[in-house]
Design a binder for this molecule. Structure first.
Ligand SMILES: Cc1cc2nc3c(=O)[nH]c(=O)nc-3n(C[C@H](O)[C@H](O)[C@H](O)COP(=O)(O)OP(=O)(O)OC[C@H]3O[C@@H](n4cnc5c(N)ncnc54)[C@H](O)[C@@H]3O)c2cc1C
Length: 433
């Protein structure tokens, strides 16, 4: 897709909000599953691939070494409309659900650190989209992106130093000051992507500690709010072009209207929980569940990049008088890499399709897709290093960076162990611990 095509086919912010307000996923009588991509899907794939190849890849090494947010690349993405609410809305609007994972796979094929610098905002956007009222979506989502000339980023802050896998342990509190119609938020968030450098922060806080994760709510912290400060910036193993930091919330006051979904809805939900009825949603878990196949697609992009690099290298590199791919040990490894990547993609596409068409995740298919893709990415990038031998271990070749980047995919958005916990509980009905 050319820039002009993209501009012509993008949905406007108002249309996206209107669609969200009007209804959610299409009904079961929507388009049936097919592995044949539509022309639109192919065009978007080509468009994102072109950007990944032409702009992201050449910048990957530099920003990994600098360990800084690649603002010039984000700006390039904003200029062609790729970093925007409209593009994200267009990806999401695809009724088959496949465009979002396809676009993510291509971007992260370019580079995962820069990919996350561009896509990190979407976690906050997903929270606002999933839990906000149409008015809140209209107000806050465009601010998450800023403009093409002056792009901004957003952060989603759930994790805390003592609450990672166990979201129910969140200590950040939100207390309602009725007289001022304001929420007062106190606590410390950890490992937040874009934490502190974001214009819009979405923070998960507890409004009733006794209710555990069912007492959580999501709040928008508007740009420049007093009491919301960046803490320590984290130095990382991989994904180093993506900023990760603690966020301190100290007597941070936000207007009542910043509670996503509104107070009436929250009060109803809390009343249901206190009566012992099941709550329909748990703020943080809902956001994570919706984003798992997309995260899996990012891991797939890294795995595919490493596989392609190793394949070409194996055809060129000669030892013992022949190309190393002529050895079964190398060729079979590459065959297995391709096999595992394609298998993971099918799981990712299935989960994305199920989520978008409103199918019930009876066997935690979203978690399955993220688990498989994350583990394949770690394995395939490690195999790529092996195929490149000594070169693979050096920073002169990209596969070691890909391996460092891949590792986070078995950790964030639910570790592999937590995905297995979710899947085992789903398939068994037993509360496996
Ligand atoms: C680069 C990066 C970016 C991140 N971005 C964000 C972000 O934008 N927003 C955000 O909110 N968070 C973010 N996180 C946090 C991330 O989601 C957490 O690190 C992750 O959920 C794991 O939590 P933890 O680190 O506390 O590990 P822990 O929960 O302490 O887990 C440690 C180990 O114990 C295992 N374990 C824990 N409980 C069980 C169990 N019941 N059964 C079996 N094994 C178990 C885990 O699987 C893991 O292997 C980010 C983290 C990183 C590193």
């Amino acid at each position: 897709m050319t820039t002009t095509d993209a501009a012509e086919t993008t949905t406007t912010a108002d249309e996206i909000v209107a669609e969200a307000a009007g209804g959610s996923a299409p009904a079961n009588d929507g388009p049936s599953f097919t592995l044949e991509l539509t022309q639109d899907q192919k065009d978007i794939r080509e468009w994102v691939h072109g950007f990944a190849e032409g702009v992201v890849r050449p910048a990957a090494e530099e920003w990994d070494e600098r360990e800084e947010t690649p603002w010039p690349v984000i700006q390039e993405a904003a200029k062609i409309g790729l970093y925007s609410f409209e593009a994200l809305g267009q990806f999401w609007a695809d009724e088959t659900g496949l465009t979002l994972p396809i676009a993510n796979e291509e971007l992260f094929w370019g580079d995962a650190g820069i990919g996350m610098a561009i896509m990190g905002t979407s976690l906050a956007v997903a929270a606002i989209f999933g839990q906000g009222t149409p008015e809140q979506m209209g107000e806050w989502i465009p601010q998450c992106f800023g403009s093409a000339d002056d792009p901004k980023v957003a952060a989603f802050c759930a994790s805390e130093p003592d609450a990672g896998s166990d979201v129910s342990a969140i200590r950040t509190s939100a207390k309602y000051d009725e007289a001022a119609d304001e929420w007062v938020i106190n606590g410390q968030k950890a490992w937040a992507t874009n934490g502190g450098i974001a214009d819009v922060h979405v923070v998960i806080a507890s409004v009733d500690r006794e209710l555990g994760s069912r007492g959580h709510a999501a709040f928008v912290i508007p740009p420049g709010t007093k009491g919301c400060e960046q803490g320590a910036k984290v130095k990382k193993h991989g994904l180093r072009a993506s900023h990760t930091a603690d966020v301190h919330l100290d007597e941070c006051r936000v207007p009542g209207a910043c509670l996503l979904g509104g107070k009436e809805k929250l009060d109803e939900r809390l009343a249901r929980v206190r009566e012992g009825k099941r709550s329909k949603s748990q703020a943080a878990m809902q956001t994570f569940e919706a984003s798992r196949p997309t995260v899996g697609a990012q891991a797939l992009g890294i795995a595919r990049a490493a596989y392609e690099y190793a394949l070409e290298y194996a055809k060129e590199r000669r030892q013992f008088g022949k190309a190393i791919i002529e050895n079964q040990a190398i060729a079979f490894t590459l065959a297995d890499m391709k096999l595992e990547i394609d298998a993971a993609r099918l799981l990712v596409w299935r989960a994305a399709w199920m989520g978008r068409t409103g199918q019930k995740f009876e066997n935690a298919e979203g978690s399955m897709s993220k688990l498989k893709a994350g583990e394949v990415a770690v394995w395939a990038t490690e195999r790529a290093i092996q195929i490149l031998g000594g070169n693979g271990y050096t920073r002169e070749y990209p596969v070691e960076r890909m391996h460092r980047d891949a590792k986070i995919y078995t950790i964030f958005e639910g570790t592999s162990e937590i995905q297995r916990l979710v899947i085992s509980r789903s398939i068994s009905g037993v509360h496996v611990k």
